[in-house]
Design a protein around this ligand. Structure first.
Ligand code: ZN
Length: 368
């Protein structure tokens, strides 16, 4: 039986596997899921849960729903003899290798293999558990052009011996028919890696053109707290984190691009405040069309103040210094504007006083 799953952040379309794969992503919280990409070529890192009583489903619930009881940990896959659960997108790193900002965490694609007594005391279930973990990791390695597989043990050597994780414990220590389980795992990993490469036509995964409904000039709303980067890709520095609900305008970069695909995301060029940068489209939703541009400057046209008295300001906006006042019926000419400020449209006018007044109290009329 074959299963087809779209795995977030995994290039190349749905992944076909011999066991079912379920998605249960950690929220993008900057703590368990930092939302940042790998700092280099990904490395496949295999773990074991060390838990004598859990399943992949229960471990996924503990990680995502119970938030790992408050500990800062996260991994891409949790696998047992029945299924795999995906808890991190495959283009983001997690916290699982106990090597701080080292290559295990920053470049690792992690799989937690179930080590329950029920599975590991049953030769058939144990074999399928190894097979499933080798399959999801081997196929993923092919798609990601990743290195490995490596053991968690390879990365936390800087810890004191008594704290170093002897992980994946079962694969490292259990012998099956005279063979170390790790050797069996690696053999099956390579089998699936090669099968996946063959199914890809032996070619690298093509990079598709950006296919996004977001266009330059659109307004977008940030759906979750979102990192904005200097460039289009996870390797560029974060220049701002926009809170959910922020409204931004889609623009173009100096090369005229408003959307670029990289690192598994479509990056959108957005302007916010006085800055601009690139953000992943996955957390941007298009909102109503941009407000229509104000009418062209009616420069040189005469106006009449319909409501008053109104203050005249040195600069547009309610923070502009008041330099005079127009009463109802005051007349003059429009000199500059429109300018949008404090949700109103302002015009610089030339009358009894020269300054800025908001539209709505001024009626521009054609000069005869
Ligand atoms: Zn581990």
């Amino acid at each position: 039986m074959s299963y087809s799953t779209v795995i977030p952040g995994l290039e190349g379309g749905p992944l076909l596997t011999n066991h079912p794969v379920f998605i249960k992503l950690l929220p993008l919280d900057g703590y368990m899921r930092p939302g940042t990409g790998f700092s280099g070529t990904p490395i496949m890192v295999q773990h074991g849960t060390g838990n004598p009583n859990s399943s992949a489903a229960s471990e996924a619930r503990w990680l995502v729903d119970d938030r790992a009881s408050g500990s800062q940990q996260s991994y891409h896959y949790i696998t047992d003899d029945k299924e795999t659960w995906v808890c991190l997108p495959l283009n983001e790193h997690g916290w699982h290798a106990a090597d701080s900002g080292g290559p295990g965490n920053m470049r690792g694609i992690a799989c937690e293999m179930i080590e329950s007594t029920a599975v590991w005391n049953d030769p058939a279930r144990r074999a399928k558990c190894i097979e499933n973990a080798a399959e999801i990791m081997g196929r993923t390695a092919a798609r990601k052009k990743a290195s490995g597989p490596e053991q968690h043990w390879a990365f936390n050597y800087m810890l004191p011996t008594n704290l170093r994780h002897d992980c994946p414990n079962k694969l490292r220590h259990v012998y099956i028919n005279g063979r170390l389980a790790w050797g069996i795992y690696v053999e099956r990993f390579e089998f699936y890696y090669n099968e996946e490469i063959a199914s890809m036509g032996g070619k690298p995964v093509p990079t598709p053109e950006p296919a996004t409904p977001i266009k330059a000039g659109d307004r977008v709303r940030v759906t979750e707290n979102l990192n904005v980067r200097r460039g289009y890709g996870l390797s560029f520095p974060v220049i701002a984190t926009l809170p959910a609900g922020t409204i931004a305008n889609v623009g173009n970069d100096p090369d005229g691009r408003h959307a670029v695909d990289a690192d598994g995301y479509t990056w959108i060029n957005i302007a916010f405040g006085k800055d601009s940068g690139w953000a992943a489209s996955s957390w941007l939703e298009k909102i109503a069309a941009p407000e229509p541009a104000p009418a062209p400057t009616p420069k040189g046209k005469s106006f009449e103040v319909l409501y008053g008295p109104i203050p005249v300001r040195k600069e547009p906006g309610f923070n502009g210094k008041i330099i005079g006042e127009f009463s109802v019926g005051s007349k003059g000419k429009v000199v500059d504007g429109p300018k949008q400020m404090d949700t109103l449209i302002w015009y610089l006018v030339d009358g009894d006083v020269d300054g800025w007044i908001p539209t709505g109290i001024l009626k521009a009329v054609d000069v005869a």
